[in-house]
Design a protein around this ligand. Sequence first.
Ligand code: AMP
Length: 398
Amino acid sequence: MQVLVINSGSSSIKYQLLEPDSGSVAASGQVSRIGESVADGTVTVEHHSDGKTLTHDGAIADHAEGLRVVFELFARGGHDLSGAGPAAVGHRVVHGGEVFYEPTLITDEVVRTIDELSALAPLHNPANATGIRAIRELLPDVPQVAVFDTAFFHGLPDAAKTYAIDAKVAARHGIRRYGFHGTSHEYVAAQAARLLGRDLTEVNQIVLHLGNGASASAIRAGRAVDTSMGLTPLEGLVMGTRSGDLDPGIIPHLARTADMDIDAIDHLLNRDSGLKGLSGVNDFRALAERVDSGDPAARLAYDVYIHRLRHYIGAYLIDLGEVHAITFTAGVGENTPRVRADALAALTPFGITLDPTRNTTPSHSPRPISTPDSRTKVFVIPTNEELAIARAAAHLIT
Ligand code: AMP
C-alpha cells in the first residue's frame, strides 16, 4: 500500500509517496514559489524518484496547477497517480481548533471547517484547505485524511492550556493554548519509548523539536501535559524568525510609541524576530558560522536561544518529576551537538549527563547521547512527520 502525503503552505507544496509500514519512500518533492512571477529557467518543482531528480521550471499560478505538474512528473518518473494510484492521501493541517483532535476522513464539511478555523491560523489553514481541494479534484475516488498539528495537545490539562485573561473573552474567541508540531512530538515520543525498551505509558519525557519553528513538550505516559506553543505557533522558544515568549505589553507599547499597526507588529514578531531579528540570519548553520567568527550579535542570539531552551527544560523537569528521556529532534536538534551540549550543561545534579563522544558523532539514526549512568536518557531521534501522517491515514482507511 502507498500513501501520498501532502503538506501545503501558502506558496509551496511538499509531498511524499511512501509505504506506511516500511516507511520506504517511492517519490518526493516540492513545489515552490506558487503565485509568484519567476525568471525564465527558475526551477519551481523538484521531484525525486528512484534516485533521479526531475524538474519543472516556470511560473506556477496556483496550487491546482502545481499539483497537475507534480502528477505529470510522477508519471514521467514511473508512478501513475491517476491510474493504480495511492490507497489514501494524508494532508498535514496546522490548526484543528477545538473541533478536530484525531485523524479525520475529509468530506466537504471537513474542508469548510478547516477554512473556518483560518482565524486561528491565517498563514496556514487557508493553504491547507486549498491543497486539499486541489487533490480532491485530481483524485476524486481516493480517500483523503486530515492530520492536525494541534491534535496531540488536545488533552492538555486545564491549568496548562488556559491563559489568565477574562474567561468570557477567551471562551468567545477560542483563546487557549493549542500547541503545534504535535505529529512530530507524538512520533518522537513513541520512538523514544522504543529506545528505552519500555511501553509509552510507563515513560515521562521531554521532547525538544528544534527546527526553523521550535517547540518543547512534556509528555507523561504518552499524553502531552504541557507544550511551549500556544494559541498560535508564535509562543515559546526562540525560533528562526519568530520571537517566542515576550511580555504582551510590548504589543500596545509598539502600537503607541512606534506607530505600528497590528499587521506590522504581527509581521515583526513572526517574520523579523527570533534569530533573524537578533543576528540578521534565521538559518542555524549561518548563525553558527557567525558565532564562530566572533560576531557579537550572533553570539547574543545564540545565548538567548539557549537561555530560553533551558527555561523550558527546567519547567518540564518540575512538571514531570521523574523524567526518563529527553529527546532532540528536527533540523537544529538533530544536527547541532553544541546546542544539545549547552542546553543540558551542568545538569548532572538532576541526573542528566551527556556523553561528549556520543553527542558529537555524526549519525542519521535514532541514538542515545547520554552516558550509560545518566539517570535520564538523552536521545537524538530524526523526526518523520510524513511517515506519521501516512500511517495515520492508512490506519483510518483500513
Ligand atoms: P527544519 O525546520 O526541521 O527543517 O530545520 C531547519 C533548521 O535546521 C535551519 O535553521 C537549519 O539551519 C538547521 N539545520 C538543518 N540541517 C542542519 C545541519 N546539518 N547542521 C546545522 N543545522 C542544520
